[in-house]
Design a protein around this ligand. Structure first.
Ligand SMILES: [Zn+2]
Ligand SMILES: [Zn+2]
Length: 444
């Protein structure tokens, strides 16, 4: 036994050690995955791209795809996290419903939007979410903050863009169906800053905002971009796992989505069930657009067929899908594909079921302007109440806790609230934060 395991010495420490080893293995696996993918990319670039003969070109190209890869990895992690929150939120909702009639977690705050400026010290704030509980909660401490200079979304955005990226929740955007929502973190919003490659969650949230603004109702379904990627580029087994079983395609006349290409580019996907055409649109000039669309149409047919067989459905049956090309503006820089994809989706939604000639400017100035407008839209569409929810996990309460023992802390600068638990601060730091003026990660 001892030879098989290098953790055989102290029996008392076995558990801790095993945990440690396991953690390392998981971490190693992840790293290995990224490494393997990177190496594959490396080969891919080396062998498929005859143009990259200079070492400098090669390195530059490699660097781009590597950064994008890491970004995508972070993205996927985030989606995983977001899903967990959704689940938690549901559980919490249930609990809340059972306890209807009780006071809300934050009955003490009446001011609406916060300003980013704070006049005087509002003192330390430790607030039990349920003031009626006996936990050291003195209401006197929690004064209504008289409305200070109300922060316009513009001001808010300027401040947010100035800060270095954090994981603070800055907006919660309801989806088309209003059943779930996108939790937008500060770092994601920041990808709308000029010259940055847009984050997938941001693009998708903007699709949903456009859908609700244009009141497209049930005509077009907004497909999650990971799903779209799997349908278009996934292998069969992968495809079979993506059931989308809750959606009845017969209720819709079209689908809009977008897909990630080689982790450096976004393409717009439009599936029009009225004219039986699939459009995979490349924001940058691409000679293969027609072929790409034909390929996408084939993949879609396969997916629908599989789905109908597997789930015994008759959705969008007997449609002969074809690939189409639409006239559209062309990307002029290296980073704004995501912005253009959003603009395309908006135009398509507006004209649906007709396929319009897409017309909008793509100059550097216009892109910068659009980015700003989009960021503002995300802030304006938010249903997140900073006065009632934790700006880290977006929830009113974490689940699984005895609710009387949840402490909150408020940032003295931006007035956002945080679960102490969500901050992961050491006990001493927390005590210090309570005793003095405290600034959250966004403000410090
Ligand atoms: Zn929290
Ligand atoms: Zn703050």
């Amino acid at each position: 036994m001892g030879q098989d395991h290098d953790i055989s010495s102290a029996p008392g420490d076995n558990n801790a050690l095993r945990k440690l080893t396991r953690q390392n293995i998981t971490k190693d696996n992840k790293t290995q995955g990224v490494m393997e993918k990177s190496q594959w990319d490396l080969k891919h670039i080396r062998f498929t791209s005859g143009r990259l003969t200079r070492l400098d070109d090669f390195v530059a190209q490699y660097r781009i795809s590597h950064t994008a890869l890491l970004k995508e990895y972070e993205d996927s992690e985030r989606v995983f996290r977001r899903k967990t929150y959704r689940v938690e939120k549901e559980i919490w909702k249930e609990k809340q419903q059972k306890k209807r009639g009780r006071s809300k977690p934050f009955p003490f705050k009446t001011s609406k939007k916060k300003s980013s400026v704070s006049e005087g010290p509002i003192g330390k704030q430790i607030s039990p979410p349920q003031p009626r509980s006996s936990l050291e909660g003195d209401h006197e401490n929690i004064v209504d903050i008289k409305s200070k200079t109300t922060a316009t979304p513009q001001n808010q955005l300027t401040t947010l863009w100035k800060r270095r990226d954090t994981e603070v929740v800055v907006s919660v955007v309801p989806t088309q169906t209003k059943v779930t929502s996108f939790i937008i973190h500060h770092s994601e919003l920041c990808t709308l800053r000029p010259h940055q490659w847009l984050n997938g969650e941001i693009i998708e949230a903007l699709f949903h905002i456009a859908a609700s603004e244009l009141e497209i109702g049930n005509s077009i379904y907004i497909l999650n971009h990971y799903m779209a990627g799997v349908i278009l580029f996934g292998e069969k087994p992968q495809l079979a796992r993506q059931k989308l079983s809750k959606i009845n395609l017969n209720n819709y006349q079209g689908i809009v989505s977008f897909v990630n290409i080689d982790n450096v580019h976004w393409k717009f996907l439009f599936i029009n069930a009225v004219n039986h055409t699939v459009y995979l649109v490349d924001p940058s000039r691409s000679p293969t657009e027609k072929d790409d669309s034909i390929h996408a149409a084939q993949k879609l047919s396969e997916y629908i067929q599989m789905r109908n067989t597997q789930q015994r459905k008759t959705e969008w049956q007997n449609i002969q899908w074809k690939g189409g090309v639409m006239t559209h503006p062309v990307q002029q820089d290296g980073s704004s594909c995501g912005v253009i994809v959003v603009l395309m989706a908006r135009e398509i939604m507006k004209a649906f079921p007709n396929v319009p000639i897409l017309q909008f400017g793509t100059s550097r100035k216009e892109m910068a302007n659009e980015r700003k407008m989009m960021a503002l839209q995300i802030l304006k569409a938010s249903v997140f109440d900073e006065a009632e929810n934790c700006s880290m996990c977006s929830l009113k309460k974490p689940t699984g806790c005895v609710h009387r023992f949840i402490n909150w802390i408020q940032c003295d600068s931006c007035e956002r609230w945080y679960h102490e638990k969500c901050l992961g601060m050491a006990k001493e730091d927390l005590e210090q934060a309570r005793a003095n003026r405290w600034s959250c990660i966004l403000c410090s």
